[in-house]
Design a protein around this ligand. Structure first.
Ligand code: BGC
Length: 261
């Protein structure tokens, strides 16, 4: 149960796409560390509501709010509701919502390209803008943490839209970090490697595919959502107050080019 000694006590957090996967683990961890947490989701509310129940069951505070992060009106309505329900502006935003679907560039429908850029990159922009507006208006510091990917730097065949979104997220984060650091608002990225979550259902279902991915990881195993949540919780905490504009790779060494002689 969170106490006043918890590192995130008094913080108002919003985690996008937190009904499942890394987002869900992050929402749970931030709540355990004392933050009040908005569990953002799209689609049916069941899983978001079960995340809220789990958090409440452990003595934390959480609320589910539906919003498509790529939709400006829905994002603004979500931040307005969060302000009202939590009694102050969000001061800890985790831009986690993300999608991916493989296409060679020659076969990539514009619609699929647009969808990935809209959720992964424009969604991060819209939520960052609203969070920054809220904190600036109230004159309070805070943190904005993007869940990017090792594909912030590693090119991935058939995922040019995804890589463009994550590479874009890196310079977006660094640029806004420069803009907002003078106000005590820190932006950082956490870049996960291969984590066993629903986005990687094929790795969960197919041992051979999983082995091929594990061969790309010096540590020899895929990651757990809790390991990403722990990195996010630390970056959000006062201990990380001097970390600005960095990307923390949490990938078992995947970015070390393990197959390069
Ligand atoms: C993707 C995963 C992939 C991992 C490593 C992540 O950003 O979401 O599907 O397994 O990168 O390639």
């Amino acid at each position: 149960m969170p106490t006043n000694n918890e590192p995130l006590s008094g913080r108002r957090a919003l985690v996008t796409g937190s009904a499942t996967g890394i987002g869900r683990s992050t929402a749970k961890r931030l709540a355990a560390d004392g933050a009040s947490v908005i569990v953002n989701y799209v689609g049916p509310p069941d899983q978001a509501e079960s995340a809220v129940k789990e958090i409440e069951g452990e003595g934390g505070r959480a609320l589910a709010i539906a919003a498509d992060v790529s939709n400006e009106e829905q994002v603004q309505a979500m931040f307005a509701q969060a302000l009202e329900e939590l009694g102050g502006p969000i001061d800890l935003l985790v831009n986690n919502a993300g999608i991916e679907k493989p296409f060679n560039v020659v076969d990539m429908p514009l619609e699929e390209w647009n969808k990935v850029i809209a959720v992964n990159l424009t969604g991060a922009f819209l939520c960052t803008r609203e969070a920054a507006r809220g904190m600036t208006k109230a004159g309070i510091p805070g943190a904005i943490i993007n869940v990017s990917s090792v594909h912030e730097v590693i090119p991935w065949r058939e995922f040019s839209h995804y890589c463009a979104s994550k590479g874009g997220m890196k310079l977006f984060m660094q640029t806004v970090a420069r803009e907002l650091a003078p106000q005590g608002i820190r932006l950082v990225n956490v870049a996960p490697g291969a984590i066993l979550t629903p986005i990687n259902q094929d790795l969960i279902d197919d041992a051979e595919k999983r082995k091929a991915v594990e061969d790309e990881i010096p540590l020899g195993r895929t990651g757990k959502p809790e390991e990403i949540a722990a990195a996010i919780a630390w970056l959000a905490s006062p201990e990380a107050d001097y970390v600005v504009g960095s990307t923390l790779f949490v990938d078992g060494g995947m970015t070390l080019f393990p197959k390069f002689i």
